[in-house]
Design a protein around this ligand. Structure first.
Ligand code: BGC
Length: 363
């Protein structure tokens, strides 16, 4: 539907939402000139992860520790469960310890400007991991699954699931989005809305609450209790006798929260989307409750981030497959995007065949 241009516009819109910043917009990268080692093989690589808001982050911690050490680096992998200021302090500490590459999964991608400047001033390379870093020229690369595509797949899955239950509309749906401080949340929502909005406009989909704007759909901190509370309120306020046929949920944690709320209300379960392939959600899909999830294998994403660190160390050119989409408010960040995969009951048995945790569960 919306091709590259739509995606670029959506991602640029995120950047525009963020505070405007002045300054240069050069590429900012000084390391990969193509000639010889840029820094010693046993250098420190810092990885700043956000809060443990979904299983993918927890998995990433171990994968980074093992993978970086396996590659001969020293690793400093930190979570910031205490919030933004903790993450700021962790990044500053990585700079002080002399990290040569700092990989950042930001809690709030627009709040790290000072620390990222420190990182770049020290000569480190900054890689945004999974979530883009906003309003700063001090980010060199971005590595992530294609977030806009994730949203498109979720929107399409919702339509497919509704159609499978009842061949024609109108269908009553509600929309949930992720945490507004996470740069991904709006991209997921915009991707999904690129599919759903035309169907809302032509009356196939009805949002009985009327809450179709991102700001109305957000879930602070990606917290299950916040999504559950909003679902409770929506059900009481707008679904007295009406059925709720479908829910756009941006990830698995929130999908399960919505399902809990609907069960408590004693209503039939709607078609609910998700993301992350969390164990409980994959089981729920197999049991016919949650409709879909997204397979974004964390092992591949971490592996690629570590490959980038290795290439930087060796002074090699980095592989980039998206030069245009990720505008962060100051610059376009060269990105390496991996393809996400939709998973429903139909392909759940084949999707995870080489996953050590999900493979055995879905056999
Ligand atoms: C990630 C999602 C995850 C969410 C909450 C996002 O930035 O891309 O995979 O569900 O954070 O942790």
């Amino acid at each position: 539907m919306f091709g590259k241009a739509g995606k670029a516009a959506a991602v640029a819109a995120i950047a525009a939402l963020a505070l405007t910043a002045c300054g240069r917009s050069d590429s900012g990268s000084s390391t990969n000139t193509g000639g010889g080692e840029a820094f010693p093989k046993d250098s420190l690589i810092g990885v700043a992860l956000p809060q443990k808001t979904s299983e993918n982050w927890v998995l990433a911690e171990k994968l980074f520790n093992d993978g970086l050490k396996g590659a001969g680096f020293k690793a400093d992998v930190q979570f910031a469960n205490g919030g933004v200021s903790e993450q700021q302090n962790q990044i500053s500490a990585m700079v002080t310890k002399g990290a040569k590459v700092i990989i950042v999964g930001a809690i709030d991608g627009a709040q790290l400007g000072t620390q990222l400047k420190q990182a770049k001033d020290s000569g480190a390379t900054v890689i945004a991991y999974d979530r883009l870093l906003l309003n700063t020229e001090n980010v060199d690369y971005y590595v992530a699954y294609d977030n806009f595509k994730v949203g498109e797949l979720q929107g399409q899955a919702l339509l497919d699931g509704l159609k499978a239950k009842k061949p024609s509309g109108p269908y009553n749906i509600e929309l949930f989005a992720g945490s507004p401080d996470d740069a991904n949340a709006k991209v997921f929502f915009d991707g999904a809305m690129s599919i759903l909005k035309p169907k809302i406009d032509d009356g196939t989909l009805k949002v009985l609450s009327g809450q179709t704007a991102f700001e109305q759909a957000v879930t602070q901190g990606w917290k299950a209790e916040n999504a559950q509370r909003r679902a409770d309120t929506l059900l009481t306020g707008s679904y007295g006798t009406a059925s709720l046929d479908g829910v756009l949920s941006p990830n698995d944690t929130l999908a399960r929260a919505v399902l809990t709320s609907v069960k408590a209300a004693g209503k039939p379960l709607p078609v609910v989307t998700g993301q992350d392939s969390e164990v409980e959600s994959v089981k729920s899909i197999m049991a016919g409750e949650q409709y879909s999830t997204i397979n974004k294998d964390t092992r591949k994403l971490v592996e690629h981030a570590i490959t980038m660190a290795k290439e930087l160390q060796a002074g090699k050119e980095l592989e980039i497959n998206d030069k245009d989409s990720y505008k962060n408010g100051v610059k376009t960040v060269p990105a390496y995007l991996l393809p996400p995969q939709i998973v429903t009951k139909e392909n759940v048995k084949t999707a995870y065949v080489d996953d050590p945790v999900l493979g055995p569960i879905t056999k």
